[in-house]
Each structure stands twice: as structure tokens, then as C-alpha cells.
Design a protein around this ligand. Structure first.
Ligand SMILES: [Mg+2]
Length: 173
């Protein structure tokens, strides 16, 4: 179970993700979480830095899709402002939304990375399908109440445990 919660990489921000390295690993598609990964949860605009990063990824030939547990209206309006396809109301960590997103992009698991700020939705869901998972530190913004009350303390516990394991993934920093 713990292995399924272990991201392949843990980065402070999107800009710290080495896209060339991902290409070398054969990855050409990025499934992106929305809230607190691309947009602070209590805002409805993407920070300029994130917009630039998305454009850079697209210029390098990455296919992008947003996979979000949030409501359709918020997800679709943000996704269309970024010109990125989206799977809203995803119910991550279920496998189905990730499979749906890969279907939209026409890619397989070996070519796909999941990028998100939550272990129990983004990382767990991606790992269940054998996708390359990247955990990012949440953008500033308030979490959904259940996330801050229940999920974040559990995440801290798991991350603390993982960081002490001698056999942690080589990429995990
Ligand atoms: Mg999130």
C-alpha cells in the first residue's frame, strides 16, 4: 500500500520538473491536477508562472489534459481558458478518469505522467495504473475543508515515513 503512495518525484513547484528528463523517459503526456496544482483553490485564474510553464510544455510537444475532482463548471471554464482538454468530477484515485484522459490524448500508461498536489488522489490514482507520478507542493490557497482536516496530516505522516525509508525511490527528493 505504501508503495502506491510513493511519488516518483517530489518537487516544490511545476518549474522544477525537468521536462527534458521526462522526454528521455519516454513520457509525452501530462495529466494535470487543477486545484492547488495549476490554480490556487480559492482563485479562478491561473498564475502567470503556471501559464508560462504550460505553454513551455506544449511547445516541447507534450500533450496535456486536466483531471480534476472539482465540479464541471469550474474545471471546464479554467480548462477552456487554458485551451487544455479536461476530465472534471474525476473521483480520483479511481482509475477511470485517468484512463479517460489517456483515451482523449491517445496515449498509453508508459507515456503518461500524473502531476498533482495530493498523495491520496493524484499519486495513488496514477500509481494504481503504473503511470509516472509527480507530487508538487500545493500552491498557496485554502484547501477544501476535508483536505486540510484529514488528508494533509495523513500526507505529512506518509511523506515523513517515506523520507526515512532506505529503499525510497531514487528520484524522490
Ligand atoms: Mg489538487
Amino acid at each position: 500500500m505504501l508503495k502506491l503512495l510513493c511519488p516518483r518525484q517530489y518537487v516544490a513547484k511545476l518549474a522544477d520538473i525537468d521536462l527534458n528528463d521526462l522526454r528521455q523517459k519516454g513520457i509525452c503526456a501530462l495529466l494535470l491536477d487543477l486545484d492547488n496544482t495549476l490554480v490556487p483553490r480559492d482563485e479562478d485564474r491561473c498564475p502567470e508562472e503556471v501559464v508560462r510553464w504550460l505553454e513551455g510544455a506544449r511547445e516541447r510537444g507534450f500533450k496535456l489534459c486536466i483531471v480534476s475532482n472539482n465540479t464541471s463548471a469550474r474545471v471546464l471554464s479554467l480548462a477552456s481558458s487554458l485551451s487544455i482538454p479536461a476530465v472534471p468530477r474525476a473521483i480520483k484515485p479511481f482509475k477511470r478518469p485517468f484512463l479517460q484522459a489517456m483515451g482523449l490524448l491517445g496515449v498509453g500508461p508508459a507515456e503518461t505522467a500524473v502531476i498533482g498536489d495530493q498523495l491520496f488522489t493524484d499519486v495513488l490514482g496514477g500509481n494504481r495504473l503504473g503511470l509516472y507520478t509527480i507530487l508538487v507542493v500545493p500552491l498557496q490557497g485554502r484547501d477544501f475543508w476535508a483536505t486540510s482536516l484529514v488528508t494533509r496530516p495523513l500526507e505529512r505522516l506518509v511523506l515523513c515515513f517515506l523520507s526515512q525509508r532506505p529503499d525510497k525511490g531514487a528520484d524522490l527528493t
